[in-house]
Design a protein around this ligand. Sequence first.
Ligand SMILES: N[C@@H](CCC(=O)N[C@@H](CS)C(=O)NCC(=O)O)C(=O)O
Length: 208
Amino acid sequence: MAELEIMGVPVSNYVRSIRILCEEKGITYGLTPSPPQSPEVKAIHPAGQIPVMRHGNVTLFESKAIATYIDRSFPGPKFIPEDTLGQAQVEQWVSYQNVKVDRWIMREFVVPSVFFDKTKGPDTARIAAALPEIDKCCKALDNAVAQTGHLVGSRLTYADINVIPMLSTLLNFPAGKDIMAKYSSLSAYVARLTDRPSFKNTAPPPRR
Ligand SMILES: N[C@@H](CCC(=O)N[C@@H](CS)C(=O)NCC(=O)O)C(=O)O
């Protein structure tokens, strides 16, 4: 089989989710640390976003599509259930996470907290406005994992793998820790998932 190549910088939450999936499945893959909007990424993703994937003659963009391809094409445990309901539930959570959780945690909170014009400082109003929305996301996720410790059924699926890099990043910030501390089931879930070798093996290098 041709080698699987994942393209994208390791700090990206979506790149990390794809890498966690590969680790959980025991797949050997190459990581090319291409930034968003680089020529090689734009050659595959029309909007220049990461991750993108190359496998022999196959190229794909959008992390959920890449995850589906990898889960179905490679041997190892399945992280997208085969049954219709389980499959739809993974789809449901991944859509919610991409539209709400990624938006409020990553785009409206983490990114403006870390990357800002040094002469102006961070946009504190924008960051503060994200906090109640992050709280709503955490409440919904806490409720969802309370029964089985997972989002879909009672085992790890791509619904968990897609969200864990977002939630673990939230914990790097005091305001994020305060929100998480309100939700005991979600806190236990994050602690368990971040203790897995797949999470530890995909840690991005520390920021300089
Ligand atoms: N829906 C896309 C989102 C990917 C995404 O937002 N990637 C970010 C990095 S985590 C990116 O490329 N940002 C740069 C940009 O949008 O130009 C997916 O699931 O792959």
